[in-house]
Design a binder for this molecule. Structure first.
Ligand code: ZN
Length: 139
């Protein structure tokens, strides 16, 4: 049996640590974790790297970021993504500080630049699940 559906990201990664992130994405909220003691943000973290505090609460990020690094995939590692090639895999640096793996959408791969301002957008997948992705910032 073959399938052309992409895997639901929740099936790959959701666990106790990052389930709130995916639940937030489903509500079109970009959630990251915050240590109020140190005023540091994480995505995701089981512990504050500075003070050791656990059970860091999830807070909504502002959704603004800059492109930290990216690559363009021409040969997909799963055939389910073949129709999307070439596509980018990008790391953005959120305004709050954490780095986040994502994709930049809404522009050509050849228009992506290091340091480019981007803002979050949410893509609801046909098979379920929601991906936080980033597009060129408008303001
Ligand atoms: Zn801390």
């Amino acid at each position: 049996m073959t399938t052309t559906q992409k895997p639901d990201p929740k099936q790959f990664v959701a666990d106790e640590l990052d389930l709130p992130f995916w639940e937030g994405a489903a509500r079109h909220k970009l959630l990251i974790q915050h240590c109020a003691t140190c005023d540091r943000y994480y995505w995701p973290a089981s512990i504050c790297m500075q003070c050791g505090k656990q059970d860091l609460p999830w807070v909504e990020a502002c959704g603004k970021a800059k492109v930290y690094t990216f690559t363009v995939i021409h040969r997909p590692w799963l055939q389910n993504w073949a129709a999307d090639t070439p596509y980018n895999v990008t790391v953005v640096e959120l305004d709050e500080g954490p780095l986040m793996f994502t994709n930049v959408v809404g522009c050509g791969n050849d228009e992506i630049e290091l340091g480019m301002p981007v803002e979050v957008t949410f893509t609801d997948l046909d098979g379920g699940g929601t991906l936080p992705q980033f597009r060129p910032a408008t303001g």
